[in-house]
Ligand binder design. Structure first.
Ligand code: SAH
Ligand code: MG
Length: 214
């Protein structure tokens, strides 16, 4: 938890909640220890969807489809979502969830490693939700930027690693050091890239919002 628990709980309790179907998938994810975006991140996504009204969205990291379905539910009519997942066990579960929600037409699931699939995509997308392996964001960035429309928004999740990113590299466990270094590099790039305006929010596990300015 990046912000104090009481504040987080207060904010989450004010939320009017999601549809029962989304609640069911979220509960299933929590039971089976599949990562899903947190309440505060959900709320931020809904806000951004209402503001930016994207027509097509690219998501990297489907898991079992919770965030894709949430975006599909709260995006404007006709919005199409392309989402990428490489973990074989999660792909059929996500497909079944999209089918049950009646969203097979609105959501295209691409199976495979984003490192390869991103290179083949054409875009442009007016919203990109980056929610995959944190250590890879920096490697995906050239393709991410190529695929983002002018004025498009890049949302990067889990950028503060539960607070680890702000600690010295010696304070994080050895196995997390590579991710720690790469995430710091990624955040620096987002903040200094000439084509991006970025703000980093201590929401959920840390979210970076970038808009492509030219
Ligand atoms: N966005 C989802 C949660 C995604 S969890 C939600 O909020 O509902 C991150 C997912 O990214 C995992 O399922 C993992 O298998 C996938 N992933 C990680 N690295 C990837 C890569 N290089 N290519 C494709 N999928 C990847
Ligand atoms: Mg996440």
């Amino acid at each position: 938890m990046i912000i104090d628990e009481r504040t987080a709980a207060f904010i989450d309790l004010l939320d009017k909640g999601n549809t029962p179907f989304l609640d069911e998938i979220e509960a299933c994810a929590n039971e089976t220890r599949v990562p899903v975006i947190r309440k505060s991140t959900q709320s931020l996504l809904k806000f951004l969807l209402a503001c930016a009204k994207p027509k097509n969205i690219l998501e990297v990291g489907t898991a079992i489809g919770f965030s894709a379905l949430l975006m599909s539910e709260y995006a404007p009519e006709g919005c199409h979502i392309t989402t990428i997942e490489k973990y074989e066990k999660r792909i059929p579960v996500a497909r079944e969830n999209f089918r049950r929600a009646g969203r097979e037409e609105a959501i295209t699931l691409l199976e495979g490693d984003a490192a390869e699939l991103l290179q083949e995509l054409e875009g442009p997308y007016d919203m990109i939700f980056m929610d995959a392996a944190k250590g890879q964001y920096i490697h995906f960035l050239p393709d991410t930027l190529r695929l983002l429309s002018n004025g498009g928004i890049l949302i990067s999740d889990n950028v503060l690693q539960d607070g680890d990113v702000v600690e010295s590299r010696f304070a994080v466990t050895r196995r997390n050091r590579t991710i720690h270094a790469r995430m710091r590099e990624y955040l620096y790039e987002l903040k200094h890239h000439p084509q991006l305006e970025t703000c980093i929010l201590p929401v959920g596990d840390g979210v970076a919002l970038s808009v492509r300015t030219g």
